[in-house]
Ligand binder design. Sequence first.
Ligand code: SAM
Length: 276
Amino acid sequence: MPEPATQTEYWNSDVGERWVTMQAELDRVFAPLTAALLDAASLRSGERMLDIGCGCGETALLAAERLGAGGAVTALDVSRPMLARARARPATGAPITWIEADAQIHAFAPGHDLALSRFGVMFFEESRAAFANIRQALRPGGRLVVLCWRALTENEWVSLPRDAVLGVVPAPEPPPPGGPGPFRFADGAALAELLAQAGFTGAAVAPVDRAIAIGDDIGAATRFAVTVGPVAGLLRELDDPALRERAVAAVRAAMPAEGPVRLGAACWLATAFNPG
Ligand SMILES: C[S@@+](CC[C@H](N)C(=O)[O-])C[C@H]1O[C@@H](n2cnc3c(N)ncnc32)[C@H](O)[C@@H]1O
C-alpha cells in the first residue's frame, strides 16, 4: 500500500478506520496511561480545556465529566472517521466542541486553562510552530499536559511483536530524525527543550511506566498488535498475503503463553506553562 503523503491523509486512510474499529479495545488497553495523564492534568471544575489530536474522543469525554457543566472542552483532530466516532459517543458534564482541523495552524480562541493530549502531539510536521500555536490558545499561566511514547526499545508492547515481524520481513528504513511518528519524542530532554523554544516555561518531563494488558489471551493480543500501532504499520506495507500471514504467525508465537498478555509501556508525561 503506498504511504500517504501527509499525516492528514494518513489518519484519514484505513489507519483512522482501524482506530475506530478498535476504539473500545484501545481505550481499555491504554486506561492505566490515561489515568496517569488525567491525574497529572489536575482538572478543576469549570476549566476550559483543549484536547489536541483527540482521536475517537476518550480523553475529551473523561475530562468533560470531571470539568462539569460549567467547564468547556474543545477537541480537535484531523481524522474525519475518528472524529465521527467521538461525536457519536455519549457525553456528560462540560459541553464538547469537536473540530476537524490541524492543531499546527488552527486559529484557536485564546484563554484556555489547559491543553491536554494523549499520544496526539508526535505527528506534527512542524513541532516547534505547532507547540507555539497551541501555547497561544492558553491563558497566562495556562498549562500543557501531554503524554507521548519513550523509545521503541523501552516499549515492550511494540518491540516484542516488532522483533517477531522482523524475523520474517526486512527492517524498514528508519524514519528521518525529527519527523512525525510515534517515537518522535523518545528523547525527553529534547522535548523539554522544544517546549522552551515554543515559548513555554517550566517544562518538565517525567517517565510513566505501566504494564498494559493488550489482550485477554494470545489471540486477542496478536489481533491488537497487528491491527493498530507501529507493528500494524509494518504489516500494512506488505503486499504479499502469504508473507503477511507468516508475520502474523510469528507475532502470535512470540506472545507469552498463558492468560492475559501484559507488556511494558513507557511514556513521557510532559508539562509546561504559558508565561503569557
Ligand atoms: C495515536 S492517535 C491518538 C488519538 C487519541 N488522542 C487517543 O489517544 O486515542 C494520534 C491522533 O493525532 C491526530 N493528529 C495527527 N496530527 C494532527 C494535527 N496536526 N492536528 C490535529 N490532530 C492530529 C491523528 O488524527 C490521531 O487521531
